[in-house]
Each structure stands twice: as C-alpha cells, then as structure tokens.
Design a protein around this ligand. Structure first.
Ligand code: UD1
Length: 340
C-alpha cells in the first residue's frame, strides 16, 4: 500500500530535498506548492533524481477548501509542513503578510489533520525560538525559549504555541517540531538547491553568488563579537542531512502508539564562524573570495549551536555530512544554475 505523505512547500529548498529523502525511503511524497517562492525548475531536478515525475499540486496552503481536496484524494500517513515565508528582514517590512501566510497555512493544515484523522505531523521550526542563548551557546530542547527578534521568528514561536495548544485538544495525534539550525548545501547531483529571490540574505548563497560573479563582494557582518575570531557562529547543517531528519521523524511518529508532542534540534552540534566559512570555501574551491568586514547586522545572534543528543536518542538520526560537503554541493549547484 502506498504511504502518502503531504509535503507543503514541497518545491522549496528544504521541501524538495525532503521529497527526495521520502522517496528513497519508500514513501510517496505528494507536493503542494503555489510556486510563489519556488522555481518550477525544481520539478525537472526532482524528476531527474527520482527517475519519475513527482506528484505535484499547485495549491496555496492558505486556501483551505483547495487543500482539503487533497485530504479527500489521498489517505495520508502524515504531513510535513514547510510552506512559509522565511526572510527575516522582509518580515520586518511586511509583518502582516508573514503572520497571515505562516499562521493561516499552519492552522489550515492542523484543522485538516484533525478532520481527516491524519495521525503524524512534522513542523518546520527554527532555532530562532531560542533567541540569543544566555550562558552556554550549545542549546538543548530544554533550553528556555525566548521571545524572537522579528515577525518571522514570532511566526515560528507562535507556530509552536499553536501546536502545543492544539495538542491539548487532540492528544491522540503525534506531532513534532523540528528546530532547524542553519540549512546549507544542495543535493549532490546539483539538480536541486536553494533559489534565493533577489539578493540573498543567507550566508552561503551570498558566498557562492560572489564566487560566480553575481555579487561583487561578501560583507562579513561584524568581526568584533566575543567569539574566537570576532565573527558570528552558527551550526550549519547540510540540507540532505536535514531532509533525512524529516523521514526519521515521520518514521518515529508512525511507530508510536500513543499521541505525543516533541521538539527536536536538527543541527550538527558544531559551531562554525562566518570567517571560517569564507576560509573553508576558499580551501574547498581553490579560489579566493572577495570580502570585506562590515558593521554588525541588527538582530543577529552572536553564537548558537545545537545539542544533538535528543535527535540521536529519539530518532536515531545524526548529521553525517560536513561543512566541506555542503560547500562543495552548494558551489556545484551555483555552477549548474549558471548553465541555465
Ligand atoms: C536566520 C534566522 C533563522 C532562519 C534563517 C532563514 C534568526 C536569528 N535567524 O538565520 O531563524 O531560519 O535566517 O533564512 O532569526 N552573514 C554575513 N554576511 C552575509 C549574510 C550573512 O556575514 O551577507 C552572517 C550573519 O551575520 C550570520 C551568519 O552569516 O552571522 C548566518 O546568517 P544567515 O545565513 O542570514 O542565517 P541566520 O541569521 O543565522
């Protein structure tokens, strides 16, 4: 029997890699995306990797009636919910668009989950719920959450709150918040990856776009932080590892008999500074990267990385790819994009 999994935002960066991981583990992913923030070219990439066309429905997840037709059509084993806006700066300029899109989509999915008795649900959350860690920079799921710095961050924080309250009213369901650290890299085939719209906000796409000449130079946002080299430290996780974490989460949920709600950090457990990323890129690709030191970026966390014990213990999952793998794959993807 087919094990259908609904993947909202399935044509996006993390969604598309998760579609591949689901397919490889014998699930049948059903993508829903309205391609507002995704490029249809990803479908060619998925077809190339999967060896068959993915199942795709062009639907806005905020349109509950349209979304409900999929729940009529497929007996889903579970839902992985990615569909959301994710740019921190843009969320400050357009808060209502962020709250509307990210929260309405989530509420639609949860209410259909309940209505159609779909037992398993995975939510795309973020380490942003921890804010700037007080004391230890390694955060576990027990580390107290803090109020976020941006409307984007609030949508993740509120998303977790909505799920917690929903669970109290529907405690037979099995729900998991995956708190991603910094996803980077691309599929090793270089046929799917990240498509930043306009000027990239995130570090690695800016690095690869600088190396290929789309951007003149990288600005390192501050080198006077209290870290080992003065630049900010993050936990960069290869998107293929991150995708596999979703399959591990879904498999774990499907095996549980009782309802539950859990949050799990998805990172590598290692912190890497911005300047270390620059050095690693130069080393891996054998070319120098033009960069300058600029002022700090408002709202940046200084240093954070994941405690990954719970992911190992509960899901039997841990990251296996390195930052060098991610840089190699992101660079191959950037070069592939240049051929289009
Ligand atoms: C932010 C969000 C995270 C969200 C992610 C999605 C917070 C605290 N973090 O991650 O929740 O999931 O965006 O997009 O809200 N940098 C430069 N130069 C650049 C770009 C970045 O130096 O041109 C530095 C940043 O200062 C930071 C690091 O690179 O130290 C990573 O930045 P970025 O890729 O934007 O991710 P976060 O800000 O960590």
């Amino acid at each position: 029997m087919n094990r259908y999994v609904l993947v909202t935002g399935g044509a996006g960066y993390i969604g598309s890699h998760t579609v591949v991981a689901l397919h490889q583990q014998g699930f049948v992913p059903v993508l829903v995306d309205d391609f507002r923030n995704a490029n249809a070219i990803v479908l060619d990439g998925l077809e190339f990797i999967l060896g068959q066309q993915p199942i795709v429905h062009r639907i806005d997840v905020c349109d509950k009636i349209a979304l409900s037709t999929l729940f009529e059509q497929y007996a889903f084993d579970g839902v992985i919910h990615f569909a959301a806006y994710k740019a921190v700066g843009e969320s400050v300029e357009q808060p209502l668009a962020y709250y509307h899109n990210n929260l309405v989509c989530l509420i639609n999915v949860l209410s259909l989950l309940e209505q159609y008795q779909v037992p398993n649900f995975v939510f795309s959350s973020s380490c942003t719920v921890y804010g700037e860690p007080k004391g230890a920079k390694e955060v576990s799921e027990q580390t107290p959450k803090q109020l976020p710095e941006s409307p984007y961050g609030y949508t993740k924080w509120m998303g977790e709150q909505i799920i917690a309250d929903f669970y109290k009213s529907a405690s037979h369901l099995k729900l998991m918040n995956l708190r991603y650290f910094n996803p980077v890299g691309a599929h090793p085939s270089a046929r799917i990856g990240e498509f930043p719209i306009g000027k990239p906000n995130n570090l690695l796409p800016f690095v690869t776009q600088t190396a290929i000449g789309k951007q003149a130079k990288l600005t390192v946002f501050g080198n006077d932080y209290p870290t080992r080299d003065g630049s900010c430290i993050r936990d960069y996780i290869h998107v293929v590892d991150l995708a596999e974490a979703h399959v591990a989460a879904l498999t774990f949920l499907a095996d549980q008999k009782e309802g539950l709600l859990e949050a799990v950090n998805i990172g590598t457990g290692r912190g890497t500074s911005v300047l270390e990323i620059v050095e690693a890129f130069e080393r891996s690709t054998n070319q120098s990267l033009p960069f300058e030191i600029g002022p700090r970026r408002a709202g940046d966390v200084i240093e954070i990385y994941a405690n990954v014990q719970k992911g190992q213990d509960l899901l039997g999952w841990k990251a296996r790819l390195s930052i060098e793998d991610a840089i190699r794959d992101a660079w191959a993807w950037e070069q592939f994009l240049a051929t289009l």
